[in-house]
Write a protein that binds this ligand. Structure first.
Ligand code: COA
Length: 177
């Protein structure tokens, strides 16, 4: 992303952003493309979510997007702190990565990590100081678990969670740099 700063712009969703030419790759990811096309602006207007877009200035199209919402994590023995202890409270405030899609023509260039780091940065720099927030969470696609681990997330370690189509992963902002 750094090397391609001139080509790409990361910005809040704009009224004229279009996702019609966006390519999701496998059909399992089509709902992510449809959300961007049909719901992102509506959710924005209703204050249900915030979407940020990587805009390709050269081809004048959306290359990737992330959608963030407020969330809450229910704690339990499966949620383990970095020091090995458990979290004492029943629930914790969180920012949730509700949607993340990199157009398949743009994958492997660092855009995904950049958007996750951006989400983490918003949580730490803007949400935490204003209202308190302990985690960034995501319902990962099963095939993206390794990607989120690469971003510092931990899989909630239960058989039930591992068996889910979209297993829950979390990043403790208290330890995140
Ligand atoms: C998962 C996704 C967001 C990754 O985006 P991306 O821009 O291709 O990822 P990056 O280029 O930032 O990759 C960063 C690192 O993660 C690795 N990585 C990316 N996708 C991976 C995957 N599915 N499995 C394992 N590793 C992966 C890359 O190899 C790279 O590692 P490296 O830096 O050691 O070389 C993208 O593939 C995508 O949109 N997938 C479909 C939708 C999806 O799964 N969304 C997330 C769940 S909601």
């Amino acid at each position: 992303m750094d090397e391609a700063e001139d080509a790409f712009e990361l910005r809040a969703l704009q009224p004229d952003d279009s996702f019609t030419s966006m390519r999701a790759g496998h059909e399992r990811f089509t709902p992510l493309k449809l959300f961007a096309r049909k719901n992102a602006k509506k959710y924005e207007a209703e204050n249900l979510a915030r979407t940020y877009v990587v805009h390709d200035r050269v081809h004048k199209r959306s290359a990737a997007y992330v959608t963030l919402v407020c969330s809450e994590v229910t704690s339990g023995p499966e949620l383990v702190r970095e020091d090995g202890l458990h979290f004492p409270y029943d629930t914790y405030p969180a920012v949730k990565i509700a949607r993340l899609l990199v157009d398949d023509r743009y994958r492997g260039q660092g855009l995904g990590v950049h958007l996750v780091n951006f989400a983490q940065g918003i949580a730490k720099a803007e949400i935490c100081p204003a209202i308190g927030c302990r985690f960034v969470v995501v319902d990962s696609k099963a095939e993206s678990i390794k990607f989120y681990e690469r971003c510092g997330f931990t899989l909630v370690d239960t058989g039930e969670n591992r068996a889910r189509l979209e297993p829950v992963m979390y990043l403790d902002l208290h330890k995140a740099q």
